[in-house]
Design a protein around this ligand. Structure first.
Ligand SMILES: Cc1cc2nc3c(=O)[nH]c(=O)nc-3n(C[C@H](O)[C@H](O)[C@H](O)COP(=O)(O)OP(=O)(O)OC[C@H]3O[C@@H](n4cnc5c(N)ncnc54)[C@H](O)[C@@H]3O)c2cc1C
Length: 398
């Protein structure tokens, strides 16, 4: 058993954990980061790469609530459920339904908008600091609406975003065509977020960030924390080959954070929205920027040397393997838009760490500031990594 002592221990090496470790190190803290796998190989690897500062609307809305049963039970819809996971998911789903009520949805939107308000500028700064600016693209992001009815139905979301000062432009089908000439014609229209930025290789961003953290002096320990307990003078973490004592700890283990919080006596309604991606290696990409056909719930993401089709939600827990049916549906829907797409070069499934209200948990644990929670970022964890790191750092400095 290797014994280590440090100022701050960060549990989990996804984008949240590594960004937080980097920030704490910049603030002069001694930091040990504990991660069993290659850092950034969880949800932070396979996402759509969008710095989605426009994504202020939670997953649970009154409209989703109205159609929830139909959505969940149709295995081809963008939001589905593994029936075997229903009993375990039940408390999360009940809370999700509550959080989708009009007054909760408005409140959650406001909290998410507040967190997202400076996301792009914070990422531009962090990317420059770690040497990842060349992985950023600034061509905006496009939502597609297949039918005039769907376009009309989006009006209330457009209005809501306008109230929060988010830059967006409504596009006619012809304007969509001139922005993205390789797309087939849509009959509804488009919504363009002209200032949105995105990463062209989230896995590479993680490698660059890990290298920057190592260079700054963050110590990486390859292990999985099985036990966390408070002691009189700090926090002890036990992993299979390590015993780590820290003055304070940050739980940033993504979708796996719930069990660690529970060991400290806190029941957090964290679960996972499993997401999928398919990649197609190609030289000439069919889109210039992330494009989301909203009715399918995924993005076409232009990445380095490949097209990534990423998204959809499957409520299915963290233990079951990838569901081939979800990948088939993703492929079929991608081909509805680009019929000439060949066989995918690779596929992936990952675990979004998700709260029923879509609001991440970034706060001291109820037992004290010696443990800080930084998880539950759902669909916007990449976007919120720099902001989360800053918040955790100021909690620990207080
Ligand atoms: C298909 C898809 C598309 C997405 N698109 C976007 C997007 O465009 N923009 C955006 O902002 N977000 C997006 N997201 C969401 C984003 O990827 C996640 O919110 C984010 O990656 C969560 O980061 P994390 O560090 O909390 O979790 P993770 O990246 O999952 O990292 C958690 C880490 O903790 C480690 N861990 C677990 N248990 C332990 C333990 N006991 N001890 C030590 N370590 C442990 C794991 O090994 C893992 O590496 C998307 C997600 C998916 C699935």
């Amino acid at each position: 058993m290797n014994k280590l002592t440090t100022d701050i221990a960060v549990i989990g090496g996804g984008v949240i954990g590594v960004a937080t470790a980097l920030r704490l190190r910049a603030d002069g803290r001694d930091v040990v980061l504990i991660e069993p796998n290659k850092p950034g190989s969880g949800a932070s690897y396979g996402n759509a790469g969008t710095i989605a500062d426009y994504a202020i609307i939670p997953v649970g809305t009154p409209a989703v609530l109205k159609n929830l049963a139909a959505l969940l039970l149709n295995s081809d819809s963008p939001l589905s459920i593994r029936k075997a996971a229903l009993p375990t998911l039940f408390p999360w789903l009940v809370r999700f339904a509550y959080e989708s009520l009009p007054h909760r949805y408005r409140d959650n939107t406001s909290r998410i908008a507040d967190l997202l308000s400076d996301a792009s500028s914070e990422w531009l700064e962090l990317a420059a600091e770690i040497g990842a600016s060349d992985l950023l693209s600034a061509k905006g992001c496009l939502y597609l609406y297949q039918t005039p009815e769907a376009f009309k139905a989006a009006a209330s979301d457009v209005e809501l975003r306008r109230n929060y000062g988010i830059g967006q432009q409504l596009l006619t089908p012809e304007e969509v065509q001139s922005l993205e000439p390789r797309l087939p014609q849509v009959h509804g229209g488009g919504l363009f977020f002209p200032k949105a930025i995105n990463f062209t290789d989230p896995g590479q961003v993680m490698s660059v960030m890990e290298a920057a953290a190592r260079q700054a002096g963050v110590e990486f320990v390859r292990d999985s924390v099985t036990t966390i307990l408070r002691q009189r003078n700090g926090v002890r973490m036990l992993a299979s080959a390590h015993s780590i004592h820290a003055r304070a700890a940050v739980i940033a283990a993504g979708a796996h954070s719930r069990g660690l919080a529970l060991q400290l006596g806190e029941r957090v309604l964290l679960d996972t929205e499993r997401g999928y991606h398919l990649e197609f290696d190609m030289e000439t990409l069919p889109v210039e920027r992330p494009v989301c056909p909203t009715h399918h719930g995924f993005y076409f993401c232009p990445m380095r040397g490949r097209l990534r089709v990423a998204g959809t939600v499957e409520l299915g827990g963290i233990t079951a393997p990838s569901n081939p049916r979800r990948l088939q549906v993703l492929l079929a829907n991608a081909r509805r838009i680009f019929p000439t797409l060949g066989e995918p070069s690779r596929s992936w499934m990952g675990f979004r760490p998700s709260m029923p209200d879509s609001v991440p948990v970034i706060r001291p644990s109820k037992g004290g500031r010696d443990v800080v929670f930084a998880f539950g970022h759902g669909h916007i964890g990449l976007t919120l990594a720099p902001r989360t790191a800053r918040m955790v750092s100021s909690i620990l400095a207080a």
